[in-house]
Design a protein around this ligand. Sequence first.
Ligand code: PMT
Length: 402
Amino acid sequence: MLQGKHILIGISGGIAAYKIPELIRSLIKEGAQVRVTTTRNALQFVTELTLQTLTNARVYSDVFAAINEHSTEHISLPDWADMMLIAPATANVLGKMAAGIADDALTTTFAATVARKPVVIAPAMNDKMYENPATQKAMTTLSQMPNVTVIDCAEGFLACGTTGKGRMQEIDVLQEEVIKSFYAKDLAHKRILITAGPTQEALDPVRYISNHSSGKMGIALARECTRRGANVTLVLGPCSTPLKGGEAAKVINVVSAQDMYQAATHEWEKQDAAILCAAVADFTPTQKAEHKIKKAEGQTELNLHLTLTPDIAAALGAAKTENQWLIGFALETQNEDANARKKLNSKNFDMIVLNSLQDAGAGFSVDTNKVTLIDHTTTHNLPLMSKQEVAQRIVDAISALL
Ligand code: PMT
């Protein structure tokens, strides 16, 4: 994902600096090259040797140090960088950057970067300093700069022992923002609803009927749409695939087909498009037993009475306006093409993504998929690829519609 990208990290003097070496390792693992600039105070929280060892490069922390590789490192580093991440950004550094003050290695480097390269800023401070009107004004000023993204602080336990807003966002959120900075925002201002994962239909308080969906395909779609600037609402059935921070603007966790139906139909009116990737149970037990179903003496079988669940796709298809686009999936095991085309028409989809359990590496749980994109005039067979690449190809097709 970050292969060959040059990422410049600016660290200022907040306790959250201790998390940055871990982030550097993770970015390098993704193929990036990382260089670091710091304020003097940052080196009270994380050592120069740690940063140097991880990046295999000198740390730029002193504008006048005789050992600097170039006499004007605050100019050469921005030329080298594809983007800059400033994390943690203290109240002091935010104020300086917003006011155009450049009086140390980090702030001079920011000043020489911001007009030409994407910059992501992750503030971190005590909650009282966060509430300072000057800090708020600095964050607003910075977020209005064309190349700048400010990742607002999280609420939670703060290093000073109190609880409040001021925590730096977790490093997976920071990494996702770094990745997003390399994406064209072709879905900016678009609202996209995505259903993903399985549903669970309760038989009694301890058992349920479900399927093998891991949520991987749907989460990959949410991630791809978000990276491309869309506002994503993800309606997610119970699954263990981790959803990282920043991969969807809103997540609605649901359990049953009925829950998913309620969430999806409630959200649909506000959306430009929906991608229905969830593996929704078609049937649910007609009655959920109040207590655990016990086997009786001599009993050899149990008959379940099942009722059809609401068809989410058909409901959204019926309510669809001419400005909305509906994309469905079809998971088939036989007569794939004919079954998918039948669903394309009966559910009023604009496009259907066909995957077949007959294809090795396709469908449930695996990290790959092999799909065919079918709309009312064209058919595209795609080769086996990762679910993230499949998501990219599906979203390319949707972007052309929107
Ligand atoms: O989650 P993964 O492990 O990554 O696996 C991905 C996947 C195999 C689940 C995914 O690629 C996929 O194929 N999803 C759709 C599975 C499915 O239930 O297909 P279907 O052919 O039964 O349903 C057709 C369409 O109607 C689907 O868009 C489905 O979301 C929708 N549907 C079905 C039933 C229902 N009650 N409401 C619906 O909206």
